[in-house]
Ligand binder design. Structure first.
Ligand code: HEC
Length: 157
């Protein structure tokens, strides 16, 4: 056991050293980097959504995970408030975000905030432990946050 532990520590340290050597520092965030980050966050949002839907539909026995997944979704909704910095449009790399995100910034902010509000609804529903209540809250989140925003601010697939 001791050996495994010291080995994984070595691997971690090596990875950290490699990061330092490649010059990745928080101060030099690029537009391409911001787009990559936004997509990574949205992928996590999609993953949480799929997992929650799996519980609502009764496809998994892991119903007790609903609280952790709901908390994660709320955390991501808060994170999402900062993933659309100015300049992270198509000029900086490949993005499916429409220019309307920045051109209609006030309207966009409203639907982005709705994400937090409806994710809070999911957290409340998850606390009940009832997949039916969870289903209603997840449905409301999907309609008023995911779909509402994607319809206006994300290019069609
Ligand atoms: C406030 C707006 C907004 C909300 C709310 C929102 N999204 Fe998104 N989402 C976007 C935009 C814009 C993109 C495109 C990002 C890019 O390509 O830079 C995106 C991309 C995605 C992607 C593709 C990520 C990839 O692989 O590139 C998924 C999956 C996704 N969203 C799922 C969801 C789900 C599920 C919800 C609701 C729980 C949600 N989103 C809520 C705006 C939003």
């Amino acid at each position: 056991m001791r050996n495994t532990k010291s080995l994984s520590l070595k691997v971690l340290v090596a990875a950290a050293i490699a990061l330092g050597a490649s010059g990745v520092a928080p101060a030099i965030a690029s537009d391409g980097g911001e787009i990559k980050y936004r997509k990574a966050v949205m992928k996590a949002v999609g993953g949480h959504m799929n997992a929650l839907v799996g519980i609502v539909k009764g496809e998994t026995a892991n119903k007790d995970d609903m609280k952790a997944l709901a908390d994660g979704m709320l955390g991501l909704a808060k994170v999402s408030q900062g993933i659309f910095p100015k300049g992270s449009d198509e000029m900086g790399g490949e993005t499916d975000a429409k220019m309307a995100v920045w051109d209609k910034a006030d309207d966009f902010k409203k639907v982005n905030m709705a994400f937090v509000t409806y994710a809070e609804g999911v957290v409340k529903a998850a606390a009940s432990g009832d997949p039916k209540m969870l289903g209603a809250a997840v449905g409301a989140l999907g309609k008023n946050a995911c779909k509402a925003c994607h319809d206006d601010y994300k290019k069609k697939d």
